[in-house]
Design a protein around this ligand. Structure first.
Ligand code: HEM
Length: 370
């Protein structure tokens, strides 16, 4: 297969790091396709992910970058550490030191953890899925929403002509129920105002765009919180279960990682965001390698070329063409990664020349999507 795949009459996928940089750099003459509309809970008002207009997207990004600043994340650390403390005991339930523990369904447990953290940070109150089964139906609704979004991104008529309502009629009730539930929760959170300071909602409510002086409206707050719940939960839970799965299948790697963590911290409660955690390079490499092999977002985020066209590698692409780079395919491209289907966290920091081909360029490609 060559470097370019034409997967639709006007749609091209580039399997090169230089193509990725050209398409996703902030100055690239492209914008998100209209199909992103399917990613907002409102057909009329976009959220940060679905905003295709660069001015609207810029405004939302300037607000969100304050919400997710290093300082902002440090301020909410205690809240997500509390949820992690709910998670840890579940790992050891039914485990006898001398015997094998009972099998555990890690994908669901990671999903409960992710949802508990994101709901807590978004609404100041968590779903409590780790401790109670009451709201464990929620992730399946989010999966249905994700299916609807994926089909809508590939075939816009599915969303534009409201065909989704026909095909997903049996699931629509659950989706609407979840939407109403989140809306109510977000209204309740808004009523609490600034009483809860350590959550994302507080930060979204109080952030002002330095360029326009504008802030999020009530509707924006609802749409952004539903977006955070969907964008932040499935992605992180998939990343966690992928990392745990791969470590479970590579005992030598797990032993090396365990040693690194035990050298850096003598007790669990010492583990916090900061220099000591950042010094765990092998941990970071394990996460990078898991995301490379099993990316939570594997597809090709589509961008439409604007008036004036764009140069991608050796080709000039005119306006109106949809372009992108498939994350899964690029991350398994043997041109950039030796033994691309194998799990080798070492490739991310030791002997990069041996393990990651054209490593410096790959780094640029990686940075271009962040
Ligand atoms: C392993 C975890 C994650 C992965 C792999 C991931 C991946 C991605 C990717 C590939 C995009 C670009 C999508 C596109 O342009 O179509 C994106 C955008 C975004 N993600 Fe994530 N994400 C993760 C976690 C999160 C979390 C935890 C949050 C928030 C709670 C979040 C919020 C967002 C937002 C707001 C955008 C839109 C950014 C913009 O367009 O300016 N993500 N993510």
């Amino acid at each position: 297969m060559g470097d370019i795949v034409r997967y639709g009459p006007n749609s091209l996928d580039f399997n090169t790091h230089s193509g990725m940089s050209a398409i996703y750099s902030t100055r690239a003459n492209v914008r998100k396709t209209e199909t992103y509309a399917a990613m907002s809970a409102s057909r009329r008002t976009p959220n940060t992910i679905s905003a295709t207009d660069k001015t609207v997207h810029g405004f939302k990004r300037r607000i969100m970058s304050q919400v997710f600043s290093d300082q902002g994340l440090r301020a909410i650390e205690d809240r997500f550490m509390a949820r992690i403390n709910d998670f840890i005991p579940l790992l050891s339930v039914g485990t006898d030191e001398k015997e094998w523990g009972r099998p555990k369904e890690m994908a669901s447990m990671c999903s409960w953890l992710a949802f508990d953290i994101i709901s807590d940070l978004s609404f100041g109150e968590h779903f409590n899925m780790l401790k109670s089964p009451e709201l464990r139906w929620f992730p399946s609704v989010i999966q249905k929403l994700a299916q609807r979004v994926t089909i809508g991104m590939i075939q816009p008529k599915f969303f534009n002509l409201k065909i989704d309502r026909l095909f997903m009629a049996s699931q629509l009730k659950d989706i609407l129920n979840a939407g109403t539930w989140i809306r109510k929760r977000s209204e309740l959170r808004a009523c609490l105002g600034n009483d809860i300071k350590q959550d994302l909602f507080y930060k979204m409510m109080n952030a002002t765009d330095p360029k326009t002086g504008l802030s999020f409206t009530q509707k924006d707050l609802w749409l952004e919180s539903i977006m955070l719940l969907t964008a932040g939960s499935d992605t992180t839970s998939a990343a966690m279960s992928a990392t745990l799965f791969l470590l479970g299948h590579h005992p030598a790697t797990l032993a090396r990682l365990t040693e690194e963590i035990r050298m850096a911290f003598s007790r669990e409660d010492e583990i916090h965001i900061g220099q000591q955690l950042n010094s765990c390079k092998f941990l970071q490499a394990c996460i990078n390698e898991s995301l490379r092999l099993l990316p939570s977002v594997p597809n090709s985020p589509p961008r439409i070329v604007q008036e004036g066209g764009i140069q991608i590698d050796q080709d000039f692409i005119p306006a109106g063409i949809t372009v992108g780079t498939s994350i899964y395919t690029l991350q398994r491209n043997p041109r950039y990664f030796a033994a691309p289907d194998e799990f080798h966290p070492e490739r991310w920091f030791s002997n990069p020349k041996e393990n990651i081909k054209e490593d410096s360029k790959m780094k640029n490609a990686e940075e271009s999507l962040t």
